[in-house]
Design a protein around this ligand. Sequence first.
Ligand SMILES: NC(=O)c1ccc[n+]([C@@H]2O[C@H](COP(=O)([O-])OP(=O)(O)OC[C@H]3O[C@@H](n4cnc5c(N)ncnc54)[C@H](OP(=O)(O)O)[C@@H]3O)[C@@H](O)[C@H]2O)c1
Length: 385
Amino acid sequence: MRGIVILGSTGSIGTQALDVISRMPDEFQVVGLAAGTNIDLLETQIRQFKPETASLAAFSLTDELKGRELPEVELLSGQSGLQAMVERDDVDLVLNAVVGSQGIRPTLAAIKAGKDVALANKETLVAAGSIIMQAVKEHNVRILPVDSEHNAIFQCLQGVEDDYLQKIILTASGGPFRKNTAQELEQMTPKQALDHPTWNMGDKVTIDSATLMNKGLEVIEAHWLFGLPGTRIDVVIHPQSIIHSLIELIDGSVLAQLGVPDMRLPIQYALTYPKRSNSPVPLLSLAEIGSLEFEEPDMQRFPCLGLAFDVLKAGGTYPTVLNAANEAAVEAFLKGQIGFMDIPRVVNEVLQGHQNVSEPDLHDILEMDSTARKDCALHINRLNG
Ligand SMILES: NC(=O)c1ccc[n+]([C@@H]2O[C@H](COP(=O)([O-])OP(=O)(O)OC[C@H]3O[C@@H](n4cnc5c(N)ncnc54)[C@H](OP(=O)(O)O)[C@@H]3O)[C@@H](O)[C@H]2O)c1
């Protein structure tokens, strides 16, 4: 039995991970569950999985949970709660499925405590990739990618020597607005943007998929996970989301990983690696699907993808700022404060004003993250007159 902690247990990835784990009762012992504000679902999860410890974002929420006659469980709160949870001796694996750059510190704490990390929280690598990968090397732990594209590449790379890898090809569904004109994109509402054609995900990543910022963040994530520059990472639109990503080798061979679009597959592989278990979902039928389509991404209509390639090239704290400004802009869009195409505009304006730190430490990264959010708020206020 491996002891596992799930950060973000009440979210899209967290609940699917618990579904996977519940099918393998002899493999995992759930040691810790951490949520943000969804007390009711966390309470249900505590009753079902009986973890040693559980945590909520704020002390007041944990206090409320204490009054609910739970099975014996140590209740924690905030960033310190996440840190204490991942550092426990009975934890072997940490699944980080919180959303946003708040995932940086618990990921780092887990690595420093010598734990393997199954990483769904891509913002951690985008904002703090150099620090995270350095810590991974120093503490000799593994980052197991949960994102379906990176999980696919990770699978394709098994047994492939580094020298044989030419490039990585990330697939993208194209999101709900793939066929809309630039003019139509200006008018898109949060409700329309949240209606993703192939994946059912949390709100922030769904909006990122609609702007293609999600693919941009994944390009940066792939750079850190697999050590390739942006010039060797391609993106292709593939609306059916059946091919989860591909690698091209120096002899021109292309290897792909395919499967039904269900996150329980990559979650399960990340949790059981290097072993495999029976599929928790119906198997893929290519005959039923019939045909697979591919097209170039349009960086004019979806400028977020180009911005991500630019910041990856610029390096330093540029990716941190891109990520933080995007988190703030997406939040403002979801609240109806800015339009859909204001997301790339605002992110670009924040990037234009940024003074780069070329070799940032954790302090620089957290400071730039916070400054970028403040700058973003100023631009949003200006847009609203
Ligand atoms: N969903 C997908 O299919 C998918 C695919 C690939 C990658 N990812 C990545 O995985 C991450 C999670 O995505 P998601 O779609 O699962 O998001 P989500 O549904 O919004 O879930 C986010 C989780 O984080 C928790 N959380 C928020 N603030 C917290 C805090 N301060 N402390 C502890 N937990 C906190 C939330 O708790 P409450 O709900 O209780 O507030 C929730 O459990 C993102 O980085 C995303 O880009 C997701």
